[in-house]
Design a binder for this molecule. Sequence first.
Ligand SMILES: NC(=O)c1ccc[n+]([C@@H]2O[C@H](COP(=O)([O-])OP(=O)(O)OC[C@H]3O[C@@H](n4cnc5c(N)ncnc54)[C@H](OP(=O)(O)O)[C@@H]3O)[C@@H](O)[C@H]2O)c1
Length: 224
Amino acid sequence: MKKTALITGASMGIGKALSEKLLSENYTVIGTCRSGLIPEITHANFHAFPLDLSNEASIESAYKEISSKFPQIDLLINNAGIGPDLGLDNPEKKSYKSTFEVNVSGTVFFTESLIKLIPKNGIILIISSKMGSINECVSSSSVAYRMSKTALNMYTKILTNKLEGNISVAAIHPGWVKTTIMDSNMELATLTPEQSAEGIYKFLISNFETGTFWDVEYEKKLEW
Ligand SMILES: NC(=O)c1ccc[n+]([C@@H]2O[C@H](COP(=O)([O-])OP(=O)(O)OC[C@H]3O[C@@H](n4cnc5c(N)ncnc54)[C@H](OP(=O)(O)O)[C@@H]3O)[C@@H](O)[C@H]2O)c1
C-alpha cells in the first residue's frame, strides 16, 4: 500500500532531496516550510503546507490542515533546522533563542501533535547532527546549535521509550552536506543533498533497531 511521509523543511537542502527521493519510491509526500510554497517539486503526489516551527499558532494550524487531509502519516521526518551560530565561538542571545525555538520546542510540539496520526509500525526520524553528540564533542564553537541537537537526541531516546513496540524512532546525522545552513558548506561539505537523502533512505529501509543514532556518511551507529 502507498505510504505517506511528512518531511519538515522540504523547501531546500536535505529536506527537498529527501522529498524527491521518497516520491521516486512511490510515497505520497507532505512537505512543509514557512511559506508553504515549494514550486520546485511538481510531482502529483507532493503536497506542500505552511509550518513555522517557531510559532505555536502555526504548529496548531499546520496540524489541523494536514490531519484533515491526511489522517495517517506512516513516516515523519523532522528535518527542519537552523544553525545561526554555526562556527561562532560564543553564545549570542538572539540566535540562541531562535535555535531552541525551531530545532527543539518546535520539533517537540509538532511531533507530539503528529504522533496520534502515526500507525503501529510507523517511523519517526529526527535529523540531528554528530555536532550534538556529547561523546564526540572536541570543539567549543556553535554552542546553541550543538546544544539543540543534544536536546533532540534526548527527545529521540524519550520517544523511543514511549513508543517501544509500536513506532520506531531514530536520530540521524545526515553527513556534512552542501546546503545553505552554513555559508562554507556549499564549498567544503562532502555530500550533496541527494547523496545524503540516498543514505537516509538506505537506513530507513534497513529494518533498524529503534533508538539508534545513525551516521549516514560513515554508515555506523554514533555514541550519544
Ligand atoms: N547540512 C549539513 O551538513 C547538516 C549536517 C548535520 C545536520 N544537518 C541538519 O539537517 C537538517 C536540514 O538542514 P539543511 O542543511 O538541509 O538546511 P537548509 O538547506 O538550510 O534547510 C533548512 C530547512 O528548514 C526550514 N526551516 C527553517 N526555519 C524554519 C522554521 N522556523 N520553521 C519551519 N521550517 C524552517 C527551511 O525552510 P524555509 O526557510 O523555506 O521555511 C528549509 O527547508 C537540519 O536539521 C540540520 O541541522 C545538516
